[in-house]
Design a protein around this ligand. Structure first.
Ligand code: ZN
Ligand code: ZN
Length: 595
């Protein structure tokens, strides 16, 4: 029975089938008849598959809390790429041997997400080839920092893992040098800038951890020797990149701009909306105009209240900008920042529950904490969720106090996250944004979707949550709250316009600055950060608007179709119940539930 082949790892398959067919013919036919696609999928893409996957991606494994393979550091040479490509092709062949349309909703979405993940990796390896042109790909710091800062095992055990992993760092950077040809200057410089931080992971804190440990003297010596060799390899790589950068200055660098073909393909794989990037770009342009028109109306309405004795500027962008500046004066005092965020979380929880927007899980409270030292660096707030391999762990809402900032930077930050903006940030990151989405994703237990979830769905939900909260009356429906909200929303719309314009339409840095400063009311600091991001990443910036517009349109369509029977709370809970799958797939499953 060729069907039963798929139950077994390839090497063992033939012999098993022959033996089984010969000795127990009844058993085989019965098994084949009762072997639905679901069993096949669960068997082939269960724990053994993931273990094999993590062996080839040990850095990612560490970041999701799968420490079993943490001693491995993969030297990124040709042999490693050949091995990975073979694994991806083999897995795809087995995946496509499964009758996907007959799977239930949970497995069907798993199938789609996995298919996309494996195809995407293969494409990156063979077509995108970032390993050739992005020196910043070669960075060992994060996984070491995680092993040293996460308390998943006793210190000695973690240090032994770090020591084993460290042995291949010199070979790692030697392979990196052989891979790189014609890199971009932006990524070359990024890698040089990061090298001090990479060396820092093997610095004083690690020395203190070794001193405080009960490692045997022999183990210590080996570790200390490996640290010295690692630091030397990292410095050597940075020096070599410096030489490359001087050579590239003569004009041989690759452009950081992807160009239309690579961009569209990457967009299709990463966003998974089924539409084109060009289409989304056009919709973003129209949405920007719509938002600016709304903002002008609100500005006209608010003007006399804030400037009773002054005529508004004739130019609409000037008028909106002046008003936003005025409203930004109302913000928390630096010392109250953390307490304000804490209070906002309580407010959102009560609001969401009181207005019946979505059910929360009181047994899984979100814990607000001051951001731990090793995660600092960016001011603000973020959700720190447990890895998929540790779903029982707490979820934290990290808030970074502003006391490390200069008074000017703290003021600029607080103006941005003013009285009306800070609640939107809390909605986005926590309730009912990322944190609530995660709660629901964890309820449909799917490792595959937790691990390889769709970024556009995840970001799109958080952006949708902001609007949905305001629609429900949060912020008292004031013109101030809507104006500041639109400014925030304009940011994700302009992210899409910027990313596409820069990577496909060759937009200059000056034009990008004009777009963000003038038409999106962003500060010089924010604009500089955004340019850095768009010249070092691609497509990522489009996921907010891509996901948001898809979710919003789906909801509006269902509202029209279901009329008075439409139930907002039901929509939210059903939508999130499918886990972090692409919106397109969720939409399909909501309309045609599997039997
Ligand atoms: Zn101020
Ligand atoms: Zn987000």
């Amino acid at each position: 029975m060729p069907g039963s082949l798929k139950f077994w790892p390839r090497a063992a398959a033939w012999s098993l089938v022959l033996i089984v067919a010969f000795v127990w013919p009844h058993w085989t036919s019965a098994a084949a008849a009762s072997a639905p696609a679901a069993a096949q999928f669960k068997h082939q893409f269960g724990p053994d598959f993931l273990d094999a996957y993590w062996r080839l991606h040990p850095d990612d494994a560490i970041s999701v809390g799968y420490y079993r393979v943490a001693k491995r550091l993969i030297v990124p040479d040709m042999a490693a790429r050949v091995q990975l490509a073979a694994f991806l092709r083999d897995s795809l062949a087995r995946l496509h041997g499964i009758d996907a349309p007959s799977l239930d909703a949970n497995l069907r979405t798993d199938w789609e997400v996995l298919d996309n993940q494996l195809q995407g990796e293969l494409w990156r390896l063979n077509e995108y080839r970032e390993w050739e042109w992005n020196p910043a790909e070669y960075n060992v710091a994060e996984s070491f920092a995680l092993l040293l800062n996460t308390d998943y095992a006793p210190l000695e055990e973690r240090l032994r893992t770090v020591s084993a992993r460290m042995e291949r760092i010199p070979a790692y950077y030697a392979a990196a040098r052989l891979n790189i040809r014609r890199p971009t200057r932006e990524h070359t410089q990024l890698a040089i800038e990061q090298s001090a931080g990479v060396r820092g992971v093997f610095g004083k804190e690690l020395e203190a951890q070794i001193a405080a440990s009960k490692l045997a003297p022999g183990e210590r010596q080996v570790l200390v020797r490996r640290i010295a060799a690692a630091k030397q390899a990292i410095s050597g790589f940075a020096t070599w990149l410096g030489d490359q950068d001087r050579r590239l200055a003569a004009g041989d660098a690759r452009s950081f701009r992807l160009g239309r073909d690579l961009y569209e393909r990457k967009f299709a794989l990463d966003i998974g909306s089924g539409g084109t990037a060009e289409d989304l770009y056009r919709r973003a342009l129209a949405e920007k105009e719509r938002l600016l028109a709304r903002m002008e109306m609100l500005a006209d309405q608010l003007w006399p209240k804030y400037f009773p004795s002054r005529a508004p500027p004739a130019d609409r962008l000037d008028k909106i900008g002046v008003l936003i500046g005025k409203l930004s004066e109302q913000h928390a005092a630096p010392a109250d920042f953390v307490a304000t965020v804490r209070q906002d979380i309580v407010t959102m929880n009560d609001w969401v529950t009181g207005h019946g927007l979505i059910a929360l899980d009181p047994s899984k409270p979100l814990e607000v904490r001051v951001t731990p030292a090793y995660k600092r660096g960016i001011a603000g707030a973020s959700v720190d969720a447990p890895g998929p391999y540790d779903p029982g762990a707490r979820t934290y809402f990290n808030v970074t106090p502003l006391d490390e900032l200069s008074p000017e930077s703290a003021e600029s930050y607080l103006r941005e996250y003013n009285r009306w903006m800070l609640p939107i940030l809390v909605i986005h990151e926590a309730v009912p944004g990322h944190y609530v989405q995660l709660l629901y994703a964890n309820k449909s237990p799917s490792l595959i979707k937790s691990l390889f979830g769709n970024g556009a769905m995840i970001e799109g939900w958080a952006v949708y949550a902001e609007r949905m909260m305001l629609e429900s009356g949060f912020g008292n429906d004031t013109a101030e709250q809507w104006l500041i909200y639109y400014k925030w929303n304009l940011r994700s719309v302009c992210n899409t316009i910027l990313d596409y314009s820069v990577h496909v339409l060759d937009m200059s840095e000056g034009d990008a600055r004009k777009l963000l400063t003038r038409e999106a009311f962003q500060s010089a600091e924010e604009v500089a950060g955004k340019w850095r991001r768009v010249s070092r990443t691609s497509v990522q910036l489009t996921q907010y608007f891509a996901g948001y517009s898809a979710i919003f349109e789906l909801r509006e369509r269902l509202k029209r179709e279901q009329g008075e029977h439409f139930d907002l709370r039901g929509f939210h809970q059903t939508f999130l119940g499918f886990g972090s799958a692409p919106v397109r797939i969720i939409e399909m499953l909501m309309e045609h539930p599997a039997d």
